[in-house]
Design a protein around this ligand. Structure first.
Ligand code: C2G
Length: 149
């Protein structure tokens, strides 16, 4: 049966953990729709992505597991999104276990196991540490200016 899955995230510094989450979510049905946190929404969470919303959206749309992308602008839009997309499944990583059970009157809520050993924060910190040890070539400095600004 054709099932629609909806998931959410920032997906900054896109990495293999994100890829596997999207692959697993997509395997639950036939259409995966991703709500991507906007830069303003992230600021309200005191989170500052390296990649802008436009870049993260473009990266996700290029991922073969993703069928559609829309903007996540607030915490409380999920119920309306599930109805708007007629989603059968709400899927997210198990670092959110229990947090979205409140949606189970609208659709099936699934928590998928995270990929251990990788995260956007680890990647950022790794670069900053290597930069401080001058292990990173000069042309990375602009990039670092963006993430340490
Ligand atoms: N993820 C994963 N394995 C990792 C890192 C992330 O499976 N090693 C999953 C997360 O659990 C999440 C998705 O990848 O389901 C996106 O992760 P983030 O970009 O960190 O998004 P998050 O901050 O969890 O945003 O309203 C909900 C929020 O938008 C969720």
């Amino acid at each position: 049966m054709k099932k629609t899955i909806v998931t959410y995230g920032t997906f900054d510094l896109f990495h293999v953990g994100h890829v596997r989450l999207l692959q697993r979510a997509r395997s639950l049905g036939s259409r995966l729709i991703v709500g991507v946190s906007t830069d303003d929404f992230n600021s309200s969470k005191n989170k500052h992505a390296v990649n802008s919303y436009a870049e993260r959206r473009e990266i996700l749309l290029s991922c073969r597991f993703v069928d559609e992308v829309f903007a996540e602008e607030s915490w409380d839009q999920k119920r309306a999104d599930i109805l708007r997309f007629s989603a059968d499944i709400f899927a997210i990583g198990d670092d959110w276990t229990g947090k979205f059970d409140c949606l189970s009157d609208l659709c099936n809520v699934v928590y998928l196991s995270r990929t251990d050993g990788i995260s956007t924060t680890c990647i950022r910190n790794n670069i900053i540490v290597r930069h401080s040890r001058n292990e990173i070539p000069y042309n990375y400095l602009d990039y670092l200016d963006r993430i340490t600004a």
